[in-house]
Design a binder for this molecule. Structure first.
Ligand code: SAH
Ligand code: SF4
Ligand code: F3S
Length: 516
């Protein structure tokens, strides 16, 4: 069945109010509305389209009370950007009158906010959809939606259409603000509603948010990615790079500080490209950090940095310290210049080491962590060993490590690969062994020292113990009165483990870390 036939068969109910073109054909003559499936090709076609900023988001009156007496449940997969999108969707649900619930059994709407970065991330979602089927059969009024990065992939949408008829809605990463309309349509039609814009590039301010907790907060500084590393699906699923205006970010951080938040994580897929898209002002990540450091909030972090755009001004600003923490997550991906070249990372091993040298010279106490992919197509044993040697040379203290996973539509997926999976797995094990050893070594150096810990709550393993993170993001467990939760405290480290530290509570830190 082609798209037109599928539409006419009535299996798909197109959605009202969408403005995106569907391709060559205009289906609007069949329906009062337009069906918008994703297209990876469209997602890649991007130019200098003007970025539109909207700060007039409002929930349409006709949707008021839609959620009265209903509960929502969102399961989030993937990165912090997705977690933060979930906070926005929770905000929209709450504005519509829905209440949150922690169990799918209780929910009237279930959303899976998905991740497409590797095949196993996608398999988890398909597995979960399978588990939800009996619930849908039992309660046909239940709405099940798929959103997030997987919805941006044509192959996923086609697979859901073919195999998972328990799904009521699919919407993309550019369509989150349209959630009220999408829900409305799903209630009206009871047929699958699909709205996935392939290359919308707008920035929508003042969306409602229900944040997870009141100690740490995520703040988007930019969206999308234009780097197109050859293995990566993100530039297709998240659209072009676009930066929020500085005043909007500064205002949000100020507001969070006033509400008592203690730590801000600035988010973007490639935060070092922040501001590149501004045509009227010359204002980059270094400038933003320099402005943010004067705000009265104890800790500011950012993720993720791409080594290519990490400029000297940013290093200079980070070196001022204060609430700008001396921990930088700097994904290297590989230690081999040849592999980096075919990954299109646009830096070599030597450039990376040079950058690390500069950062260490400016911030001698810095802790570096990273992301690494092993088993990229045709990676040789020597090239893999270059990754091991680079890891040691830099002295990384932690790494997220992955076996390369081909992503349909990316250039690397077309590369013929002669490395057997067994070899890739064995390399991952060798790398992880080194990662563990170096983490344990870094942890050992804390024994007997006093560290500042932002207390987040009870330890996951023992409710009598509190847990929190140091400025360098090390997990610390210790016993203390519960009223220190949400505060920064001094803890003396008594025992270092591979991935965490145990310590004794000393007292609450009084000092004001903000520089002016
Ligand atoms: N924007 C970030 C990365 C976001 S994705 C950056 O460039 O650093 C997080 C990590 O997932 C990447 O750093 C990479 O190590 C890994 N990754 C991305 N695509 C992958 C793929 N196709 N297979 C395996 N790992 C992948
Ligand atoms: Fe993916 Fe590369 Fe963009 Fe990171 S910088 S999101 S790895 S394309
Ligand atoms: Fe996954 Fe999308 Fe984040 S692919 S890692 S959820 S940007």
């Amino acid at each position: 069945m082609n798209e037109e036939q599928r539409l006419q068969s009535g299996k798909l109910k197109p959605l009202t109010g969408s403005t995106q073109e569907t391709g060559e054909k205009d289906y609007s003559k069949y329906f009062e509305t337009v069906y918008t499936p994703p297209s990876l090709k469209e997602a890649k076609k991007r130019g200098k389209e003007e970025i539109k900023y909207h700060d007039d988001f409002k929930i349409d009156e006709r949707f008021a009370g839609m959620g009265k007496g209903r509960k929502f449940y969102i399961r989030t997969y993937g990165c912090q950007m997705n977690e933060h999108d979930t906070e926005v969707m929770a905000g929209i649900f709450t504005s519509l009158g829905y209440e949150p619930t922690n169990t799918v059994q209780d929910a009237d709407v279930i959303l899976l906010n998905t991740c497409a970065i590797r095949e196993n991330a996608e398999n988890k979602v398909f597995g979960e959809l399978g588990h939800l089927k009996p619930l849908k059969l039992e309660r046909p009024d239940l709405l099940i939606g798929v959103c997030g990065c997987m919805s941006q992939e044509e192959s996923v949408v086609n697979k859901i259409l073919k195999t998972y008829d328990q799904v009521d809605m699919i919407f993309g990463t550019h369509n989150i603000h349209r959630l009220p309309n999408i829900l409305h349509e799903a209630y009206m039609s009871k047929e699958m509603v699909i709205e996935v814009w392939s290359k919308e590039g707008d920035i929508i301010e003042n969306l409602p948010k229900v944040r997870h907790g009141n100690i740490k907060a995520w703040v988007n500084i930019m969206y999308g990615c234009d780097k197109f590393c050859t293995y990566c699906i993100v530039p297709y699923t998240r659209g072009k790079e676009r930066s929020r205006r500085p005043q909007d970010i500064i205002q949000e951080v100020r507001h969070l500080a006033a509400q008592g938040y203690k730590e801000i994580m600035l988010l973007g897929q490639n935060v070092n490209a922040y501001g590149k898209d501004f045509e009227d002002i010359d204002y980059r990540l270094g400038d933003l950090m320099d402005d943010l450091r004067t705000i009265d909030i104890p800790r500011i972090r950012f993720t993720t940095s791409h080594p290519r755009d990490f400029d000297d001004h940013l290093i200079e600003v980070l070196a001022k310290g204060g609430n700008l923490l001396d921990h930088i997550h700097l994904p290297v991906q590989s230690g081999s210049s040849d592999i980096l070249k075919i990954m299109a990372r646009k830096y070599s091993r030597e450039h990376f080491l040079e950058l690390v040298k500069k950062i260490k010279a400016a911030i001698p106490t810095v802790t570096l962590t990273t992301d690494i992919i092993v088993g990229f197509p045709n990676e040789t044993e020597e090239q893999f060993e270059e990754t091991l040697s680079l890891y040691k040379e830099v002295g990384f203290e932690m790494a997220y490590t992955y076996i390369y996973s081909p992503r349909e539509g990316t250039p690397a997926a077309k590369m013929v690969d002669n490395i057997p999976m067994e070899v890739k797995k064995e390399r991952l094990q060798r790398l992880n062994k080194l990662v563990n050893e170096m983490s344990a070594e870094a942890m050992k150096s804390y024994a007997g020292k006093v560290v500042k810990v932002l207390v987040e709550g009870e330890s996951k393993k023992n409710p009598d113990v509190l847990a929190g993170y140091t400025e360098k993001n090390k997990l610390v467990n210790f016993k203390a009165p519960r009223d220190v939760i949400g505060q920064i405290v001094n803890v003396k480290i008594t025992e270092a483990k591979t991935w965490s530290l145990d310590g004794e509570f000393i007292g609450v830190v009084e000092e004001d870390k903000v520089m002016s």
